[in-house]
Design a binder for this molecule. Structure first.
Ligand SMILES: [Zn+2]
Length: 382
């Protein structure tokens, strides 16, 4: 283990290996280098490494590292990518870890490359011979955009752990629930024409006006049918985000689009929510045949709930000293859960620092995170 870095050095090297994922091609990067870095380290610790290329994504890989053998065990999971950064708003180089005011600054320190530096420290001195059950480490690709890495990993079923912990920044509070997220574009195809002869055209703006009316009623119906007081906003939400249509005051608007965002609750599947949307639009689709359509703007991410009672939640509450809670942001948890394991989200740092300039990880997180991970490994693998 001569070359195994200490915590600060591991964090520095992880942050220095850029792995931005973005829907904008000019920002999007592969994650091959950071996956190789993790592979080298975990191999030195005796883990068996599997690297999978994520299909239909250029230069994107997942890494699965496994120590020990047998059934079940513990999976520690995280994403290897970060969001892009706004250089002008950073006070330091985002790819260079700076140690200042008892904090490590850098892109991905808390969301969430830093988590892998913690795992590395927690695994020092572990001997595969002594493990009763396997310990897995998973690093995924493209969490910040499509979650393609976690989707593919869950389909390939390479591991069947008993429990999984995803180390997103929760201040080490066990998160057992979050909402789902989907975005759709509703398109209305009208028929353009001269404004003086409205009967010769079909005005797309007038149709979209009716669509909006239906969607406002849908919002109310969803709030009546679904409620979960664990969330600050206890109902599913529907947001009108953007509208585009027409070109000139004296032309009948020939085409109009409306972009919406919907956030489901646990217990309301993506399919059910899409059904609600389709049913809301159905009467207008009948009134205006072949003029109204809707499509997904990007792949949806489902809601997540770890059902209780759960031994994992009990143990995580005891070891972390925090009560479990629900959060508003989406994670890879619903995909990891498809491996058939109890799943929580629990990691160092605060979500308030994620996706922000001058992202940091406070030094106060270091010892307690390592202790939590060591105790979790002891409980589930030793
Ligand atoms: Zn994250």
């Amino acid at each position: 283990m001569r070359n195994l870095p200490d915590f600060t050095s591991a964090l520095t090297q992880l942050i220095a290996s850029p792995s931005i994922s973005s829907t904008q091609a000019s920002w999007d990067q592969g994650n091959h280098d950071i996956i190789q870095l993790l592979a080298t380290w975990f191999e030195q610790l005796g883990f068996c490494i599997t690297i999978q290329q994520v299909p239909e994504c250029k230069g994107k890989y997942n890494l699965l590292a496994k120590l020990g053998s047998g059934e079940g065990g513990l999976l520690l999971a995280g994403h290897s990518d970060t969001v892009p950064f706004d250089e002008n708003r950073w006070l330091s180089d985002p790819l260079k870890v700076i140690d200042k005011d008892n904090k490590f600054y850098g892109l991905g320190t808390c969301d969430m490359k830093g988590f892998f530096a913690f795992i590395l420290q927690a695994c020092r001195g572990l001997d595969a011979e002594n493990l009763k059950k396997p310990l897995y480490v998973l690093a995924t690709a493209d969490e910040e955009t499509t979650m393609a890495g976690a989707r593919f990993f869950s389909q390939s079923q390479l591991a069947r752990p008993d429990v999984a912990i995803i180390g997103e920044p929760t201040n080490l509070v066990p998160v057992v629930m979050h909402k789902g997220h989907m975005s759709h574009r509703i398109s209305v195809q009208g028929q353009s024409g001269h404004s003086s002869k409205p009967n010769l055209g079909v005005n797309a703006i007038e149709i979209i006006h009716q669509v909006i009316g239906e969607l406002i009623s849908l919002k109310e119906k969803l709030a009546l049918n679904y409620n979960n007081e664990s969330f600050d906003v206890p109902m599913p939400t529907l947001n009108f985000g953007a509208i585009n249509g027409g070109d000139n005051a004296n032309r009948i608007c020939g085409h109009c689009t409306l972009d919406i965002d919907m956030r489901s609750l646990p217990g309301l599947s993506d399919e059910e929510l899409i059904n609600w949307l389709a049913n809301a639009i159905a009467p207008l689709a009948e009134k205006y045949p072949a003029r109204i359509s809707f499509e997904e703007l990007h792949p949806s991410s489902p809601s997540f709930e770890q059902a209780k009672p759960s031994t994992l939640v009990d143990i995580a509450e005891e070891i972390s000293g925090h009560q479990c809670c629900a959060v508003n942001y989406a994670t890879e948890a619903p995909f990891i859960q498809q491996l058939g394991c109890q799943t929580i989200v629990m990691g160092p740092g605060s979500i308030d620092q994620a996706h922000q300039p001058n992202e940091f990880l406070a030094f106060t997180e270091i010892d307690k995170t390592t202790t939590v991970l060591v105790k979790m490994i002891q409980h589930y693998c030793l």
